[in-house]
Design a protein around this ligand. Structure first.
Ligand code: KG4
Ligand code: ZN
Length: 359
């Protein structure tokens, strides 16, 4: 039976709404079509170097009706007399609670208006699920898998024995990797979110690597420790020292720092993920979250995993950052199991853990 799911995402600074039509259980029979996918990324945080939850909340409140209107206009087959979706999926955590609440309240209003149920979605599961998809179906891969989630708020390695089971095996002890990208970008004079700027600068120097050997060295934090945890706060401090030492910063030095920072982060992520693959006997790595848009991290991880016969699943870069599509997809599988919530008890949970989804 076909199901239309409207996904709503407001956990950080992106207001995302998507409408999908999906059918089939998790497996080869599953397929879905994107009817519309709208995201409005808030520009207001650029100058502050990070997200201000109350500003973000206000922006979500303004954007949600506009993005919904656009999505409904774009999606074919929706009429005024019929609810456009059979189910509403909404992110209830993890994330910034004031922001999560705007999405939840909006979902509750739509649910009453259209008389359709709500299924609550874990944001991180959304990142994992969207990376599992290929051409409207589930990619051909095998469990056990390791999920590497790298975003502005999270850096996690998760062991998935099968679909729907999640066991943390490692995480950051301080800053998330996206946060480190954003802080380093700020030190180099770029607006928030800075990950794409660092990535671009670093990429500019990739080609001339041999001609311009690294003149600086940054640490690879915790790379040789016998665990799967990460730490990126020290790396940011090391960049701060470099920036202070090389004042005024030349454009050349900015590129060199961006390149060495990206290399340091990539080395740690790749090394620890490979060790997790080995220890868990994983056949697949599923990479998700905004930082997985990074070309260098994708290429390096893919190359190293191939060498050990492990497959990398990752979504197109434009879907790596937050969006409603990933929430609609995750919501669909929970809706199949009729995991609907009663409206009044739906609450935001900023620290929601993905392990709580495991049976
Ligand atoms: O998943 P996401 O959209 O939001 C959270 O759930 O946190 O991730 C946003 C993060 C930001 O820190 C942003 O700088 C980073 O993803 N990011 C990147 C790239 N594109 C986005 N970091 C490195 N390289 C990129 N190309
Ligand atoms: Zn995210």
């Amino acid at each position: 039976m076909r199901m239309r799911v409207l996904g709503i995402e407001t956990s950080a600074d992106d207001t995302g709404i998507a409408l999908i039509e999906a059918e089939g259980k998790f497996g080869p029979d599953f397929k879905f079509k994107i009817l519309a996918n709208g995201v409005s990324s808030q520009k207001i945080h650029a100058e502050y170097g990070g997200i201000y939850p109350n500003l973000a909340k206000r922006e979500h409140g303004r954007n949600l009706p506009l993005v919904l209107e656009k999505v409904l206009k774009e999606s074919s087959g929706t009429t005024k007399d019929m609810p456009p979706a059979d189910v509403i999926a909404v992110t209830y955590g993890p994330g910034l609670e004031p922001c999560l609440w705007t999405g939840i309240t909006f979902a509750q209003e739509l649910s009453k208006k259209w008389n359709v149920p709500i299924v609550p979605v874990n944001h991180m599961e959304g990142h994992i699920l969207i990376s599992m998809m290929e051409n409207g179906r589930i990619a051909d891969f095998e469990f056990p898998a390791i999920a590497l989630l790298i975003s502005g708020g999270h850096t996690e390695l998760i062991h998935m024995k099968e679909f729907g089971t999640y066991k943390y095996i490692g995480r950051t002890r301080d800053d998330a990797v996206g946060e480190a990208f954003d802080k380093v970008a700020r030190l180099l004079g770029f607006p928030y979110p800075g990950g794409p700027y660092i990535s671009q600068l670093a990429n500019d120097t990739q080609q001339c690597d041999e001609a311009t050997p690294h003149r600086i060295h940054l640490p690879r934090p915790m790379i040789h420790e016998n665990n799967f945890d990460f730490s990126f706060a020290g790396l940011k401090t090391a960049v701060l020292r470099l920036v202070e030492k090389h004042q005024p910063l030349s454009e050349e030095m900015k590129k060199t720092i961006a390149r060495e920072f990206e290399d340091a982060v990539t080395d740690v992520l790749v090394y620890k993920t490979l060790r997790a693959v080995e220890e868990c006997g994983a056949s697949t790595v599923i990479m998700g979250g905004g930082v997985s848009a990074n070309k260098h991290i994708r290429n390096e991880l893919n190359q190293k995993l191939r060498a050990v016969g492990c497959q990398l699943l990752v979504c197109p870069p434009e879907l790596s950052t937050d969006n409603g599509l990933m929430i609609a997809l995750a919501g669909y599988f929970h809706a199949l199991k009729k995991e609907f919530t009663d409206l009044a008890s739906l609450k935001a949970d900023g620290n929601l853990s993905i392990a709580s989804l495991s049976k």
